[in-house]
Write a protein that binds this ligand. Structure first.
Ligand code: SAH
Length: 218
């Protein structure tokens, strides 16, 4: 039942894509990914109606699935090309990871909450995203075993730019990370221009759940 994708869902998704377009999301491949992936599958069935509104929504464990606009904005900034290796911090519902995988990226995603990790790592292969590799751990540490990455995406609000993550970027690779206080964060692009040399650019204000250190099982 849960995995139905009806004409009604498709219609709502089409409208969402038009909303994103009107908010200046321009990448056709990003719009196509959002238009193709049934976002309602990532929410509990009772909340299906919410899936295609441009709002953040609780997914349990005090966490949210990001606004569709935020997902679209971060994904557009990432400039994904097929085959790129991407590290996502904050797997949550797995929706953002699915968008990246749909675009042809090799996705590695870390979640600190055990229950979300368990739920999402079981769920993604069920809906066809077998290739997303999920990890339970502390995103601050990244995944040195699989580094370097073409891109790193942080989907929780950080108070600073963790050096451990920046150092896992390829040269010319970059990270998209919201940085600020508890209420608002600035979207920052950190490019590794040489071994120990980074450049930052800013892309406006957003609001994310906090990037916490450690895992919930420690
Ligand atoms: N990308 C998610 C949005 C998740 S909200 C989606 O598409 O649904 C942010 C997520 O980051 C939450 O699930 C939260 O538990 C996780 N998180 C916060 N701090 C973390 C850390 N240090 N390491 C890994 N995940 C973290």
């Amino acid at each position: 039942m849960r995995l139905q994708d009806t004409y009604r869902h498709k219609g709502m998704r089409k409208k969402l894509v038009e909303v994103l377009r009107s908010k200046n999301i321009q990448s056709e491949s990003v719009l196509n990914a959002i238009g193709s992936i049934p976002r309602h599958w990532f929410l509990d069935q009772a909340f299906e109606e919410w899936a295609y509104k441009n709002v953040a929504f609780p997914i349990g464990s005090e966490q949210t699935i990001s606004h569709p606009y935020t997902v679209a904005f971060q994904t557009e900034l990432l400039g994904i090309e097929k085959g790129m290796k991407i590290l996502e911090i904050g797997t949550g519902s797995g929706y953002q990871a699915s968008v990246l995988s749909f675009l042809g990226a090799k996705v590695y995603s870390i979640e600190r909450q055990q229950n979300l990790f368990d739920k999402t790592s079981k769920f993604l292969p069920q809906i066809g995203f077998q290739r997303i590799r999920t990890f339970h751990g502390d995103g601050y540490k990244g995944l040195p075993r699989f580094a370097p990455f073409d891109r790193i995406l942080v989907t929780a609000g950080a108070i600073n730019i963790p050096k451990s993550l920046a150092s896992q970027l390829k040269i010319d690779g970059y990270m998209i990370i919201p940085v600020g206080d508890e209420e608002t964060q600035e979207m920052i692009k950190v490019t590794r221009i040489a071994e120990g040399d980074y450049q930052t650019e800013r892309f406006g204000s957003f609001s994310f759940v906090p990037f916490l250190s450690g895992t919930d099982t420690l």
